[in-house]
Write a new protein. Structure first.
Length: 123
């Protein structure tokens, strides 16, 4: 099984559209086998949906995510767990334990970001 986490260094990124990277985590028998980091190529909903689907990702863990991005990723058959915050290793541990709970992680997409943020420049 594979999951993806929108990351900013060692933490879940607070904004999926602005995340510097997305970390793919391969899990088998409740243990992490390997991880690989994919740099954000500039925010494009369809790119991420296609990429995650082609890489057999079942779930995407994010901080905040816009409604359009969430819909496109869900349409690709990928579960979106939004409203998550914390250090990468802790989030993985909680996911594996079944104790990772979604929060209020829906946002207005690029409209929530300051004018000079990557979210505004890529929308």
């Amino acid at each position: 099984m594979r999951i993806a986490i929108a990351t900013d260094q060692d933490f879940v990124s607070s904004c999926f559209g602005c995340c510097p990277d997305c970390t793919i985590v391969e899990i088998e028998a409740g243990k992490v086998l390997r991880t690989f980091v994919v740099p954000n190529p500039g925010w494009r909903h369809k790119y991420w949906a296609d990429f995650l689907q082609k890489n057999s990702v079942e779930s995407l863990i994010v901080g905040n995510i816009g409604a359009n991005a969430k819909a496109v990723i869900r349409w690709a058959g990928i579960q979106v767990i939004s409203g998550v915050a914390g250090q990468f290793d802790d989030v993985i541990r909680r996911y594996l334990e079944g104790s990772l709970l979604p929060g209020a992680g829906d946002c207005g997409g690029a409209r929530h970001a300051p004018p000079d943020s990557p979210c505004q420049k890529s929308s």
